[in-house]
Ligand binder design. Structure first.
Ligand code: ATP
Ligand code: MG
Length: 384
């Protein structure tokens, strides 16, 4: 494919914060942008040149997006595969419908990991009463996860007994699920790769992630954040998962690091990822720059991290506290050296809602961490 050069319009399906940061990266390079999202106040729609406000499956909306755009990407995982297929008939679309469909379905995703020779948590697919009865006792205690439409820990129930498992499956309305064995996690990490149409692949450095209540809270990225052999193993696994999907675009692969030092893959996200946001301030190319390049068939150059970084997610609860109208103390936070504030332009703050993030860079990992702890204390984020 010949490169789509600046001056053209790039489209994105979905108008959340990931779309907003894609739009910013594309516009900085001189592209025009078009966003399809039904919400008139969507974070990406409100900063894009064009905002098509229809449902994701609206034929007229999709036709308008295709007409406006030279190529189209997506920013959220649960985008209907049909919408991608419709667009792909008219314009280059990356990532492709097949890869997104696999990432949307935990059972298919795990089958893909196995095919690529990458270990995941022991699991069983539960689609019927018979599957439920056939679950091996070794999978308990476990986590029952809906195969589709989960995010930020939603659609998941922890179960310890067979009775509990049956009740949980009922509570999830007996939709297709996977039961995963509960693993003793020492830590979690992720790798972001960008792969071009020509199969060229580049990666960001490995991210060390701390989750709280099933939501990413803190990401730390600096040399040595994870022992080198493990980081190499994760990088190799992410690369074979992306190649195996013939993936085009930015892909995040999330891993569990187990107490015994082994690594298992958790899941993939077919888009830039919250754990890669630090790359905007700490690397010479961000995950969104890579998304633009991959979509436009421009060269992918290996990104270089120039500063150790700690990223703090800014969730809706920071706006409430004891006083419901409280605005976080931005001026005090921004007085700390190396703080980079990103707010997504969301109108209302609800607990657990991703409102923004703060990246803290420093000359050393220790410096970034010390400043990030000060920022966390000011914001009311628990220390890490
Ligand atoms: P997101 O897409 O926002 O990352 P999700 O809703 O898809 O989240 P998972 O990534 O499957 O959910 O799980 C959320 C978190 O729950 C994990 O990051 C991990 O902390 C914990 N968790 C999930 N599966 C297991 C497991 N098998 N053993 C131990 N902990 C787990
Ligand atoms: Mg996850």
């Amino acid at each position: 494919m010949t490169p789509i050069l600046p001056g053209a319009t790039l489209g994105v399906l979905g108008g959340g914060q990931l779309g907003r940061m894609f739009v910013h990266a594309a516009q900085r390079m001189g592209y025009f942008t078009a966003v399809l999202d039904p919400d008139p106040a969507s974070p990406a729609g409100s900063v894009s040149h064009h905002h098509i406000q229809t449902d994701y499956l609206d034929p007229e909306g999709l036709a308008r997006l295709a007409r406006a755009s030279a190529a189209i990407t997506t920013e959220f995982e649960n985008v209907p595969a049909m919408a991608l297929a419709t667009l792909a008939a008219q314009r280059p679309v990356a990532p492709g419908e097949q890869a997104v469909a696999i990432a949307q379905d935990r059972a298919r995703e795990k089958a893909h990991f196995t095919k690529c020779g990458v270990a995941c948590a022991p699991y069983a697919v539960i689609e019927s009463e018979a599957d439920l009865g056939g679950v091996a006792a070794s999978l308990l205690p476990g986590i029952l996860k809906t195969s589709r439409l989960g995010y930020d820990g939603k659609g998941q129930v922890r179960v310890t007994t067979r009775d509990g498992l049956a009740r949980a499956w009922n509570d999830l309305r007996r939709v297709a699920c996977v039961l995963e064995k509960m693993l003793p996690l020492a830590a979690e990490c992720s790798v972001i790769v960008a792969r071009g149409r020509d199969g060229q692949l580049v990666q960001l450095p490995l991210q060390l992630n701390l989750h709280r209540d099933g939501i990413l809270a803190v990401t730390k990225v600096f040399p040595g954040n994870v022992a080198e052999p493990l980081a190499r193993e994760a990088a190799a696994a992410a690369s074979s998962i992306a190649h195996g999907l013939e993936y085009v675009g930015v892909l995040c692969v999330e891993f569990f690091m187990l107490a015994d030092g082994s690594l298992v893959v958790n899941e993939i996200a077919p888009r830039p990822h919250n754990s890669g946001h630090y790359s905007m301030d700490a690397c010479d190319l961000s995950q969104f720059d890579l998304q633009v390049r991959a979509l436009a068939a421009l060269p992918l150059v290996a990104p270089r991290q120039h500063s150790p970084a700690v990223m703090l997610n800014l969730l809706g609860e920071l706006w409430s506290g004891s006083d419901a109208t409280r605005e976080p103390p931005w001026a005090q936070v921004l007085a700390l050296p190396g703080t980079h504030l990103h707010l997504y332009g969301k109108v209302s703050a609800r607990p657990g809602r991703k409102m923004g993030h703060l990246t803290v860079t420093g000359a050393t990992a220790q410096q970034a961490r010390t400043t990030a702890l000060k920022a966390a204390a000011l914001l009311g984020i628990e220390a890490f």
